[in-house]
Design a protein around this ligand. Structure first.
Ligand SMILES: C[S@@+](CC[C@H](N)C(=O)[O-])C[C@H]1O[C@@H](n2cnc3c(N)ncnc32)[C@H](O)[C@@H]1O
Length: 219
């Protein structure tokens, strides 16, 4: 069965979308999307073993006519013509941003769906500076871990610090309250472990606690 995290990613994709999944690993996302009715998909990975797993799974489910597989570092070997959506999930922000630096390949891509394992502030900030805005954000608790999924589309908007740090959509969503309670507890726990003399670090954590409390009061 597909993980809640990958299901949450799939919830941002429509039947009519033609999707490139970069770093597909097992290929489960493309298979799920193919079963949902997406007709044109690319499952791609930099690692031949990972891609072989995807190829075997695609064959097993007889989805070769819908899912093409490509060995590729990011978008390098991928012909993006006819595709409108790129998904990158389960990687760190620096790898994701490196892959998405290929502006030429992304020219006709309408939406980019990203689930990064770290540093969401840099992800939002850099993508925003490259001419993207955030259309949708989803937070999902999967096996006791929170994952944030962000959909970027082309556009211009200047986000403030709190929006870049915690998500312009998420901070307004009622159903992300549990996530912010979790972040609050996490920051308080860290603060309690930081020695009193580490004033700068303590100030930074206190700033985050203040912002998160404000978010929780306002939504
Ligand atoms: C942790 S797995 C995540 C798999 C899947 N996307 C998911 O979210 O469950 C990361 C995958 O990304 C692939 N990967 C890492 N860097 C990549 C790159 N530059 N281009 C394509 N694939 C990459 C790895 O080989 C690996 O299969």
């Amino acid at each position: 069965m597909l993980s809640l995290r990958l299901k949450a990613i799939a919830s941002l994709i429509k039947k009519k979308d033609n999707v490139i999944d970069i770093g597909c690993d097992h290929g489960y996302l493309c298979l799920y999307l193919a079963h949902l009715g997406c007709a044109k998909l690319i499952a791609s990975d930099i690692n031949q073993n990972a891609l072989n797993n995807a190829i075997a799974n695609i064959k097993k489910e007889k989805m070769e006519d819908k899912i093409m597989t490509v060995l590729s570092d990011g978008l390098t070997n991928i012909n993006v013509k006819g595709f409108n959506t790129v998904v990158i999930s389960g990687m760190g922000t620096s790898t994701i941003l490196k892959i998405l630096a290929d502006a030429h390949k992304l020219e006709n891509i309408e939406k980019i769906i990203v689930q990064s394992n770290n540093d969401l502030f840099s992800l939002r900030k850099v993508m925003n500076s490259r001419g993207y805005i955030i259309k949708q954000e989803v937070v999902v608790l999967d096996k006791n871990k929170y994952y944030v999924i962000i959909e970027f589309i082309k556009g211009v908007h200047k986000y403030n610090y709190s929006e870049l740090m915690y998500g312009p959509i998420l901070i307004k969503k009622k159903d992300s309250k549990d996530y912010f309670h979790y972040l609050l507890t996490k920051n308080i726990t860290i603060l309690n472990k930081v020695p009193k003399l580490k004033i700068l670090i303590r100030m930074k954590i206190k700033k985050q606690i203040k912002i998160i409390k404000k978010i929780l009061v306002s939504n």
